[in-house]
Structure formats: structure tokens, C-alpha cells
Design a protein around this ligand. Structure first.
Ligand SMILES: Nc1ncnc2c1ncn2[C@@H]1O[C@H](COP(=O)(O)OP(=O)(O)OP(=O)(O)O)[C@@H](O)[C@H]1O
Length: 240
């Protein structure tokens, strides 16, 4: 019997009216690994991620999670199955404090008690958030905001984590810290992570596998180390 664990995408298409953002994408994310979705601006990365989490409807194709067809499920139903999506562009409640943002993420799944324990765990992981727990999220630095976004996305210990452009707008030293954290989440919690990035070198340093999108299609895929070693990749597909 074929191995059904992991996330499998077959022939996926996403359309916005006349615009076809994703064209027949197939890929597989093995359990407990990091998969990088690469591509230049407008290549279709975010649309692919949204289709996986249910925020954009698939106009064709199939998505299975551990063997279950989730293509037609709502984002909430997919979240209940252990899929969490941290969106690009600092989707936080800017006037609410760090702790209130974490609380909203916790209450989304209505798990009742236990919030203090998970909040303490966040502050242990990111000590610099401790002093800022009552600060409005909009007043944090970009790196601190990304820490809150990641912590909120992980608050219910998802089995699958989708990360949209985690390096966007961050200083190199913070990017290193954020990617170190992402790597440790995969290694220690065995979370399956799919992240999309314009900056291929950063993503391929932590990923196990990767694929490159161009105009909505997969033009390259394989082991991350092989993609990283390919000098033609950047110039040909990543816009620089
Ligand atoms: N809501 C939408 N309505 C119409 N067209 C859209 C919408 N969202 C994205 N598109 C188009 O779909 C294509 C793919 O966009 P998408 O955002 O998925 O690419 P991307 O690789 O994530 O790029 P970026 O890094 O800029 O986010 C682009 O041509 C974009 O203009």
C-alpha cells in the first residue's frame, strides 16, 4: 500500500476570474520535513499556499492530508485537522498587545484553559517578547512581529505549518534567528512545514526539498541541496 502520510497536491489550479495563478501544480511534502516553494514576485506562491489552507478555492486538482481529501473543506475544517497558515504581511491585530494577539489565536480553537502555560512557553522561546507582552503589536519591530505571528500559528501545535515569506522585510540577523526557530520546530516537534520565499538561498538552507514556480507552474523540484547547488536557478527562475 502506498505511503499516505504527508501532504500531497495533484494537478492543482487556482483562478481569480481570468487570471490563472496556479497551473497544474503537483507536489508532495513528506512528514516532518521542510519544503520550500520558491519563485519570483507573482509566480503563484501565495496562491498555492492559500489553496492548501483553503483561503483560495482550487478550481481543479486535489489536496490530500495524510490520505484524506481536504480539497473541498473550509479553512476552519482544515485547521481542525492540524493545518495552520501564517500569512504574509504581518497579519496581527496591531492595536492589541502581544499577549492579546496570542489569546485570540488560542481562543480561535476554543480550547478553554491552559493559555498561561502556552504563553509562558512563547516567552521562554522568545525572551525579548516577555518585556513587550503588554505592548501593542503594531509598535513591535518587524522581527518581533514575525515572532508573534509564528507563535500564534504554532499555539495549537499544528502538524502542518504553512509560512508565507517569513523573511519579508527583516534584517539578515533576525532572518537567521527566525529560520533557526523554524528549523527547530520541524526537528523537535516533527512539524511538517511548507514555506514560500522569494529569497531562495535562505529557504534552501533549512529546507529538505524545494520547488520553483514560474507563472503558476512547477519548473524545477528536488532536494534542497541540489537546488541550492544549481547556479542557473537564480538567474533563470527567481528573477535575479
Ligand atoms: N485576489 C487576486 N485577484 C486577482 N489576481 C490575483 C489575486 N491574488 C493574486 N493574483 C494574481 O495571481 C498571480 C500570482 O500571485 P501570487 O500572489 O500567488 O504570487 P506570489 O508568487 O505569491 O507573489 P508575491 O511574492 O508577490 O506574493 C499574480 O499574477 C497576481 O497578480
Amino acid at each position: 500500500m502506498p505511503d499516505q502520510t504527508g501532504l500531497e497536491i495533484q494537478g492543482l489550479e487556482v483562478r481569480y476570474g481570468p487570471v490563472q495563478a496556479v497551473r497544474g501544480v503537483s507536489l508532495r511534502a513528506e512528514p516532518g520535513t521542510i519544503t520550500a516553494i520558491l519563485g519570483a514576485n507573482g509566480a503563484g506562491k501565495s496562491s498555492l499556499m492559500k489553496a492548501i489552507s483553503g483561503l483560495a478555492p482550487a478550481s481543479a486538482g486535489r489536496i490530500t492530508l495524510d490520505g484524506e481529501d481536504i480539497t473541498k473543506l473550509s479553512p476552519h475544517e482544515r485547521a481542525r485537522r492540524g493545518l495552520s497558515h501564517a500569512l504574509e504581511g504581518r497579519r496581527l491585530f496591531h492595536r492589541m498587545s502581544v499577549e492579546e494577539n496570542l489569546r485570540v489565536a488560542w481562543d480561535f480553537r476554543n480550547r478553554g484553559g491552559g493559555f498561561k502555560t502556552v504563553a509562558d512557553r512563547v516567552y521562554e522561546q522568545f525572551p525579548m517578547l516577555t518585556a513587550r507582552r503588554n505592548t501593542p503589536a503594531g509598535m513591535l519591530s518587524g522581527g518581533q512581529q514575525q515572532m508573534v505571528i509564528l507563535s500564534a500559528a504554532l499555539i495549537h501545535e499544528p502538524r502542518y505549518l504553512l509560512l508565507d515569506e517569513p523573511s519579508l522585510g527583516l534584517a539578515p540577523v533576525i532572518v537567521q534567528q527566525i529560520f533557526g526557530f523554524i528549523e527547530s520546530v520541524c526537528r523537535e516537534r516533527r512539524t511538517t512545514i511548507i514555506l514560500c520565499e522569494q529569497v531562495a538561498a535562505i529557504a534552501l538552507r533549512v529546507a529538505h526539498a524545494g520547488c520553483v514556480l514560474r507563472r503558476g507552474q512547477v519548473v524545477r523540484s528536488g532536494e534542497a541541496a541540489a537546488l541550492a547547488a544549481d547556479p542557473t536557478l537564480s538567474a533563470a527562475y527567481l528573477g535575479g
